[in-house]
Design a protein around this ligand. Structure first.
Ligand code: SF4
Length: 212
């Protein structure tokens, strides 16, 4: 199989999974009276806390006008409230109401075949999957195709291949603990961006593996 064929096969698999997730979103949306953009906004605010429209738009991958309309609809439904940004009294943050929190709980509780498959992966497969996902997401971020994400590999606390232990080679300075590839984070609330030099060194060490 040529390199091009192999890439097409990988893209075909990723696009099949993306189609399944979109289909789930539409089904959940119909049940709860929400659009996929509105659901994405609720999930983002739950994970990251109150956010401005510009930050929501960057993470959702939609225009500010689209996100602003979606937030207005969520406010009308009682799922989101607008509050003043404590860091800048002229700016407004979108935050979840109690009803919004219940909606996100409802979305998390619904059965999802992919959740079950992921939960059944053995640690080695999960570690392989996480490492590949980190590379794909970091690559998209470096290409400017998506907004910066809160990945271990871009975090100032991350020490890749710091330990001589195949099960737990990495170290997080934030919690001062070793961890393995199954625990690599793709959206960590404690993430702090490394400076560009450290980020380059960390990525190189993560990609090349432990020193020989
Ligand atoms: S703080 Fe979070 S993102 Fe940073 S190294 Fe630790 S687990 Fe990874």
């Amino acid at each position: 199989m040529s390199q091009t064929d192999a890439t097409e096969q990988s893209l075909s698999g990723l696009s099949r999974i993306a189609a399944f997730l979109r289909q789930q979103d539409w089904q959940d949306g119909e049940r709860l009276g929400l659009t996929p953009t509105q659901m994405a906004i609720l999930h983002l605010i739950r994970r990251r806390g109150p956010l401005r429209i510009a930050a929501l738009a960057a993470q959702v991958g939609a225009t500010q006008a689209t996100v602003s309309d979606a937030v207005a609809a969520l406010v009308a439904k009682g799922a989101v409230a607008r509050v003043k940004d404590p860091a800048d009294g002229r700016a407004v943050l979108a935050t979840l109401t109690q009803a919004g929190e219940r909606t996100v709980d409802d979305l998390a509780d619904r059965p999802n075949a992919l959740d079950d498959i992921l939960a059944d992966l053995d640690p080695r497969d999960r570690g392989d999957l996480n490492r590949i996902l980190v590379k794909l997401v970091r690559g998209l971020q470096e290409a400017g195709a998506i907004a910066p994400q809160r990945l271990c590999v871009t975090c100032r606390f991350f020490r890749p291949h710091h330990h001589d232990d195949a099960a737990k080679p990495h170290h997080c300075d934030f919690v001062n603990a070793a961890f393995g590839e199954p625990q690599l984070r793709l959206d960590c609330g404690d993430h702090e961006a490394a400076d560009p030099d450290q980020a380059r060194r960390t990525a190189r060490r993560f990609d090349t593996g432990p020193p020989a």
